[in-house]
Design a binder for this molecule. Structure first.
Ligand SMILES: Cc1cc2nc3c(=O)[nH]c(=O)nc-3n(C[C@H](O)[C@H](O)[C@H](O)COP(=O)(O)O)c2cc1C
Length: 255
């Protein structure tokens, strides 16, 4: 990672929201940037598999709320670790403000927002880049913006140092979000199920293997293969769902 200039680029972190037919949704991105000042325009790049992508493509409207260093993991989980196709991300969430273009700005864990109206779309294959005119903007507080490096160091859960799983297979870790893939070879076309980054953003984990997974309470530990959440309650109920990313029991493995 340290040897790759691509990781020296700096990125902000945003909750990008859209509204279509009265429905609000949003996702985390690290891809908002200013492109011109007169007129004031920003660019945003979103993966085509995201629901937020389709909503922006259909409506031409979005708001980017700028994530600050006050943000906690809950905000990232809510908007970045689950899709609006499976969950209502605004349920029980009242840190919001409706803005001029009809979308919601997120007002907690953020320091400002920029609403935008798309004036150009560029098809980038896996992603669409939206070029948009800036509309309503507002400062919410003086907290510093969280850049991507800050997220990796201070907000993202730190993955355990594992080299192989209990069956001796190699572990590959996404350097972007920490997702771990178990298998001798990582397929070249592998896409991280959490943050959608490609195989080239994975590193082989080389530290020593973890001991068999038994918690202090003597119960077996199960790890969510999607987000890394660990459950140490012993046998899992058939309808158990991961409290972090929402997947079912079948996505857990013993560690
Ligand atoms: C730290 C972080 C950064 C992310 N950056 C991007 C990004 O730049 N572009 C993107 O399309 N998705 C990005 N994602 C992934 C989306 O937020 C995620 O797939 C989300 O669940 C999509 O939700 P949706 O289907 O409701 O739109 C990121 C996720 C995280 C946790």
């Amino acid at each position: 990672m340290a040897d790759n200039p691509m990781y020296k680029l700096t990125y902000g972190l945003f909750v990008v929201t859209a509204n279509e037919n009265g429905r609000d949704n949003g996702c985390i991105t690290n891809t908002v940037g200013q492109v011109t000042s007169e007129p004031e325009r920003v660019s945003l790049t979103v993966n085509k598999s995201n629901l937020t992508h389709d909503m922006i493509l259909d409506t031409g409207l979005f708001t980017a709320s700028i994530i600050s260093q006050e943000a906690d993991l809950e905000l990232i989980k809510r908007f970045g670790f689950q899709s609006g196709r499976d969950a209502d991300k605004f349920a029980d969430f009242d840190s919001i403000r409706r803005v001029d273009n009809g979308t919601l700005a997120v007002t907690k864990g953020t320091n400002s927002f920029i609403s935008a109206k798309v004036c150009q779309t560029i098809d980038l294959g896996t992603h669409t880049m939206f070029i948009a005119d800036v509309g309503q903007t507002a400062m919410l507080n003086a907290a510093r913006s969280a850049d991507y490096a800050y997220y990796l160091e201070h907000i993202k859960p730190q993955p355990k140092a594992v080299g192989t799983d209990e069956s001796g297979q190699t572990v590959w870790r996404c350097m972007i979000c920490g997702y771990e893939y178990v298998g001798e070879e990582l397929p070249e076309d592998f896409i991280c199920p959490l943050c959608k980054h490609p195989a080239s953003d994975f590193e082989k984990v080389t530290a020593a293997a973890v001991p068999a997974g038994v918690a202090d309470n003597g119960k077996i530990i199960w790890r969510c293969t999607i987000c890394g959440y660990e459950y140490d309650g012993g046998d899992m109920a058939d309808d158990y769902v991961c409290p972090v990313c929402g997947v079912g029991k079948d996505q857990f493995e013993k560690i």
